[in-house]
Write a protein that binds this ligand. Sequence first.
Ligand code: SF4
Ligand code: FE
Length: 479
Amino acid sequence: MKTPAEYLDSLRALKRDIYLFGERLENPVDHPLVKPSTNAIAMTYALAQDPEYHDLATATSSLTGQPINRFTHLHQSTDDLVKKVKLLRVLGQKTAVCFQRCVGWDAYNALDSVTFEMDQALGTEYHRRFRSFLRYVQENDLVCDGAMTDVKGDRSLPPSAQADPDLYLHIVDERKDGIVVRGAKAHQTGIVNSHEIIVMPTARLSEADADYAVSFAVPTDAPGITVILGRQSCDTRLLEEGDMDAGNPHFGGHEGLVIFDDVFVPWERVFMCREYQFAGLLVERFAAYHRQSYGGCKVGLGDVAIGAAALIAEYHGVERASHIREKLVEMVHLNETLYACGLACSWEGQSTASGTYLVNLLLANVTKQNVTRFPYEIGRLLEDIAGGILVTLPSEKDYRSPEVGPYIEKYLKAKADVPTEKRLRLLRFIENLTFGRAAISYRAESMHGAGSPQAQRIVIARQADFEGKKELVKKLAGI
Ligand code: SF4
Ligand code: FE
């Protein structure tokens, strides 16, 4: 397993085309706007080295029998699925942002069972190829970006009917030695911090869209790949002097638009090539694993949100007010409900034909559906408890200024025994989590990550067994 320092060096060695603010980044890994996200994902390496987290953060490879980072492991039991949720909660608590490594992990587990079932049905050899790729990932302790979401163009049209055929990633050429692909994947979490990209189709597909049924892995520095990083709310505060206004200066996340401009993929790295009948199954399984993930990571962020609410209440001298206690209890209730869902879909998981365990689909989708709502309510309560000062606070520069700093020190003090600076730092932290850089991780990502709310409702409707429930009533009511 790599140490955090070895991981960072391995990223620096990649020669990639990554753009931010219209410029190609010479050293993206150490760029001040990227660094916090690199620190967050490096925690997945640090935890694996920490004896306290040995059981959660590492596993024994089912492929080689060797100790590996759990983020590269194929789940072998419901216990593995539960440990995943617990590990993600811990990492959420330690970073208070998205630590990015789960997407690739969820792609490994989904591809493992789907390639196995494809081979059984069609006589292909995708499972062997996939497992040999995963062995390489485990042995080198790599990070993979799991790339599913196409840019989609006109949402009312299928991929092949789009005015521009490249709005969904597709095969443009098939050669003796591999395939050539073109298209773009949006919202790619942690792309700069990834060694490899695993591409998967974004939706169920019909025969007419067979060229869009493609899954493969390529290094992030493969020729033809360009990344344009998204910007974030309050991002340039990271370029300012001081560290208060950044709120959570050491940690962050990032997303990018990844363009594949005629990228070549050798056959050994291709895991689906026009088997459109299996595109929907791969989407469903990947989404289910990632919806389970949110019952861990967002709970860790919720713990931090609740801690911030309790602490600011204490700094303001209102911690004993009954309505504050009531709001804190409500926050805990909502947060632990998410955790209960994450654990439940794990405990109810089952083995697939390849031996890899899959979460319970209905419960995983219920987990994520709750995640599209509860963090917003927890954030609302946090803003309520923090007060209006959250949005009217002067800058750190003013606080450090010899002219006006003393006024801030005097008039923005709350309880006499709490230094003003502590209160200011905490308010900036809360601002970061509720509408700054980390709000992307805690709010917008809770809404749209792993699929927007409607995507879960479709699976919930499919899995609900309304007919079975009607039969229950008929029996009881004598119908
Ligand atoms: Fe992992 Fe959560 Fe980030 Fe998804 S949103 S990559 S599950 S930390
Ligand atoms: Fe996510």
